[in-house]
Design a protein around this ligand. Structure first.
Ligand code: HEC
Length: 104
């Protein structure tokens, strides 16, 4: 009886631990993935950077993986170096995009 009760608690805790973070995270990142289609031609699907584009623009493409949240939001809204701002991404969309890039 005692161990049944403990199993029930353990199962409940595990279930909660799995549901809460992934639920909130997955929704944002999934929305961000759609937005990332605007970045993919230059930064590639995996964020490693399109070397040919970098060469054409005279810069070295850094992997997006190491970019901070501020760097990502700044690049999209204001542009960075040779990169021009990307239109049509603001507010919560920026957070979703950041969430997706963090999964790369
Ligand atoms: C037309 C090509 C192009 C598109 C589209 C583009 N970028 Fe960029 N991005 C660049 C180039 C080129 C650089 C490097 C700029 C430099 O160093 O002068 C860059 C740099 C960045 C950086 C800075 C990386 C670092 O660590 O310094 C971030 C972050 C970034 N881009 C995010 C994005 C996101 C997010 C999108 C989509 C919303 C996007 N970019 C769309 C070309 C592009």
């Amino acid at each position: 009886m005692k161990s049944n009760f403990r199993n029930l608690i353990t199962a409940g805790l595990l279930g909660a631990a799995m549901l809460i973070p992934t639920g909130a995270w997955a929704a944002d990142a999934a929305a961000g993935k759609t937005l990332y289609s605007k970045c993919q031609s230059c930064h590639k699907a995996d964020g490693s950077g399109n070397a040919a584009i970098g060469k054409a623009m005279g810069v070295e493409m850094k992997p997006l993986k190491g970019a901070s949240e501020d760097a990502i939001k700044g690049a999209v809204t204001k542009g960075v170096g040779k990169m021009k701002p990307v239109a049509g991404i603001a507010g919560g969309d920026l957070d979703n995009l950041v969430a997706y890039i963090k999964t790369l």
